[in-house]
Ligand binder design. Structure first.
Ligand SMILES: Nc1ncnc2c1ncn2[C@@H]1O[C@H](COP(=O)(O)OP(=O)(O)OP(=O)(O)O)[C@@H](O)[C@H]1O
Length: 294
């Protein structure tokens, strides 16, 4: 369904844009229908930049994104299939207007003459387990973060989308609402929705995703079936991420120092090495690796 090939994003930075920063470098992975792929990595690793490129919110520097085999062209037809929901539900609403105004744009753009509009809204709201009486005709401040986030997912569902880019959508929610939204995503996945679940929280990625992509400094360091990446992490960075989770008191470096890379001297060519079926790992020393820098 969605495929990223050698996707790269270079930002212009510095006072006059004279310097460059490679936020995403040569990233390739795919998301199939009904599959949740989690994209994990620490802050600044390039996760949101990838989400924005998929959603056509920023231009790609190089590489390609295809949807159902066709290069992505942001526009009405694409957004009918692919939508995004972001971290802060409050910022997606204008506090002056009622929250259900977010549905109006979808109606004007895609269903101007729909006679069954109210029914469609009810179906979308019930899919996200919202009671119309509790959320329609309310201002954003009268709704909880979880309700606002669900409204945004319902808005995406009105289009009967195939792929949802969910960027840190639970990070501003309390623990019980977070589980509710995760279970909702699991339901939607069971109905065939593909989800790119962007998070820096490993436990959430583990909970939901069939496959996991670990990003570091804009490059994929490990990816594969979630049970393999979490159960048998091979890249030192993945191990560092995983071992840091339960040890809140230890510093990041203490958690698990980056060690010698098993693949550094392997002599195998290619950026990611397939170590077993569905499990790929990069060299730990990407910048200097004779394998990955050719
Ligand atoms: N518009 C921009 N111009 C210049 N640099 C940017 C821009 N947007 C992001 N960056 C930089 O690109 C890198 C990746 O940022 P990005 O927001 O994609 O990371 P992230 O993994 O999503 O982080 P977080 O988890 O904190 O949201 C960072 O170094 C960031 O400072």
């Amino acid at each position: 369904m969605l495929r990223l090939d050698d996707l790269t994003k270079v930002y212009k930075v510095g006072a006059f844009g004279g310097k460059t920063l490679t936020a995403v470098g040569g990233v390739s992975f795919d998301v199939a229908p009904g599959e949740v792929v989690s994209l994990i990595g620490e802050s600044g690793s390039g996760k949101t930049t990838i989400g924005k490129m998929i959603l056509g919110l920023i231009p790609i520097t190089s590489g390609t994104i295809t949807f159902d085999g066709v290069p992505v062209k942001p526009g009405k037809a694409y957004y009918r299939n692919v939508q995004g929901v972001f971290q802060d539900p409050f910022s997606s609403y204008n506090p002056v207007f009622k929250a259900d105004r977010v549905f109006r744009m979808i109606r004007e753009e895609y269903f101007p003459s729909a006679r069954d509009w109210d029914e469609r809204i009810e179906t979308a709201l019930s899919a996200v387990r919202l009671n119309p009486g509790q959320v329609l005709n309310k201002f954003p401040h009268q709704l909880s973060g979880g309700q606002l986030q669900r409204l945004l997912i319902a808005r995406a569902l009105l289009l009967d989308i195939k792929l949802l880019v969910a960027d840190e959508i639970t990070s501003m929610l309390d623990a019980s609402t977070r589980i509710d939204v995760l279970n909702l995503l699991a339901d939607l996945k069971a109905r065939g929705l593909g989800v790119l679940y962007i998070t820096h929280d490993l436990s959430l990625g583990n909970y939901l995703a069939e496959r996991t992509v670990v990003l570091r400094h804009g490059s994929v360091v490990e990816m594969g079936l979630t049970e393999k990446v979490f159960g048998d992490p091979l890249h030192p960075y993945t191990r560092q991420l995983l071992s840091a989770v339960p040890r809140l008191r230890s510093s990041w470096e203490e958690a698990a120092p980056v060690e010698t890379c098993l693949y550094h001297d392997s002599g195998t060519t290619g950026r990611l090495l397939e170590v077993e079926e569905g499990h790929q790992v990069a060299c730990a020393h990407l910048a200097t690796c004779p394998v990955t820098t050719g």
